[in-house]
Write a protein that binds this ligand. Structure first.
Ligand code: ZN
Length: 470
């Protein structure tokens, strides 16, 4: 009897998969126009949310003198133009992929998470152009057991054209449609994968001599003891070792410094600390050193002498000053192809993951999936909190690479694969390395391999190809 049930279940599964796969390679619908032509308002909203202030997207005078000759849309917005929005037009429900999604929803695979996005750009879009998307289903996998839950991966390909039919780009997109509550993630509340609560971090001993320091932390300041003779001391002392004075004041440090040395204790693990734990000696720009932690960096992303800045954050129950890399400034002059070598690395870029970032970027990319803005519904769907959408992961990757390459760099493709989610109150550090270089007629193309790392691991891995001028 059990065998029969089992057989029937397997038969049902096979029939269901056949139904899902019936749309593969089917006729592609007539190109579906975006709701709005490429416009400055949506670009500005995107740029603000992503903090991507490349002037070719925003400044008409600059854009006129650029390689583009006019304002262009950020290339990573490719699929944002055609997003259905909060109240989808009826035509959106007639796309072939949507039937697969509806069938999966009806069978209980109601949760969705995007896992891969690959863009290719034939050229950038200009203001006033109306993007049309033609989507086709490329693949539907058999049911798979994943950390998120039991589900099917669905791969689609969308070709983007202008009103006149010119192909301006394409996207291959992979999502997991899964049954909520069937994965490991749903049961795990703690980032280290255990349900046992951690013990709190040891509380600092506060005395008359160091109270100014902890008062400063409460105020969001890093205060360093300073004597009238000019000497700086940390940790605070009773008496100046240089001149012997007892009456000591302080200066508010800028919070900027460099990594002087670091060590990573691995064993035995103390439950009061979050791991990986990087203990670092920071040389502050004021000229003294401070023992602290480096956060949001994987071991191989840390370099002696790298620029870091303080962030005061809750470290398992205690507000402490810790350090993370400094966001590199946007390059205003475009790199030349000859200036770039294979093996060049991009300065690490920290991206604090705030609820505002997650929500504003989701809306700027016209992604109204509730898991990106509604915490209660996200929790109900088995996620510990809201999380970043994949268009934002693409947008931030594009920003990271173009801020390094400069405004006249032209993206040719952008490929990312997602790992662990970006939840609020974490930070992702982007790193990149030039992995190939191909000379062209005028300059050439370089490929940058990228990674975005948060405290749970890699949020994204991928690559971006871009043309650089000669
Ligand atoms: Zn002194």
């Amino acid at each position: 009897m059990t065998d029969t049930n089992q057989e029937r279940t397997e038969d049902d599964k096979a029939a269901f998969l056949e139904q899902l796969r019936s749309s593969i390679g089917g006729a592609v619908n007539a190109p579906l126009p975006a709701r709005d032509a490429v416009n400055q308002a949506m670009i500005r909203h995107w740029s603000d949310a992503m903090t991507d202030f490349n002037p070719v997207y925003l400044d008409a005078d600059h854009a006129a003198k650029s390689a583009h000759g006019d304002i262009v849309a950020p290339p990573a917005m490719l699929n944002a133009w055609g997003m259905p929005g909060l109240v989808p037009p009826e035509a959106a429900s007639k796309q072939p992929g949507v039937q697969v999604y509806a069938d999966l929803d009806a069978a209980g695979y109601t949760s969705v998470v995007a896992t891969n996005s690959e863009h290719t750009y034939n050229r950038y879009l200009k203001l006033g152009e109306l993007v049309h998307g033609s989507m086709s289903v490329v693949d539907v996998t058999a049911e798979k057991k994943t950390a998120l839950g039991i589900g099917h991966f669905v791969t689609t390909r969308t070709e983007y054209t202008t009103a006149s039919g010119e192909v301006i780009g394409a996207m291959t997109f992979r999502i997991l449609k899964f049954k909520p509550g069937t994965g490991r993630m749903a049961q795990v509340a703690d980032s280290d994968g255990t349900a046992t609560p951690r013990t709190g971090r040891p509380k600092p001993g506060v005395s008359r001599d160091n109270r100014f320091f902890w008062d400063g932390i409460a105020e969001g300041e890093l205060r360093i003891q300073k004597c009238d003779c000019g000497a700086l001391h940390h940790p605070p002392m009773v008496r100046c070792p240089k001149c012997g004075a007892y009456d000591l004041g302080y200066v508010v440090a800028s919070g900027r410094g460099k990594v002087y040395s670091h060590v990573e204790p691995v064993h035995p693990k103390a439950r009061a600390f979050d791991y990986p734990l990087v203990v670092a000696l920071i040389e502050l720009e004021e000229g003294t050193r401070l023992l602290s932690n480096l956060v949001n960096l994987d071991e191989d992303q840390i370099k002696i002498g790298m620029d870091v800045e303080v962030v005061i954050q809750d470290c398992n129950g205690v507000e402490l000053p810790v350090f993370r890399p400094v966001r590199p400034p946007r390059n205003e002059t475009t790199l030349r192809f000859a200036d770039v070598e294979v093996g060049d690395t991009l300065a690490p870029c920290p991206i604090p993951i705030t609820p505002t970032l997650i929500v504003s970027t989701a809306i700027a990319s016209r992604d109204y999936q509730d898991v990106h803005h509604d915490r209660d519904l996200a929790i109900k769907r088995g996620s510990p909190d809201i999380f970043m959408n994949i268009l934002t992961s693409s947008g931030l990757s594009s920003r990271f690479v173009t801020d390094w390459a400069g405004p006249d760099a032209i993206l040719k493709d952008l490929k990312i694969q997602l790992g662990v989610p970006n939840y609020p109150y974490d930070a992702m550090t982007m790193t990149g390395e030039v992995t190939s270089r191909t000379a062209g007629d005028n300059g050439g193309t370089v490929e940058v391999t990228i990674r975005g790392y948060n405290r749970m691991g890699n949020h994204l891995t991928g690559s971006i190809s871009l043309d650089l001028p000669a």
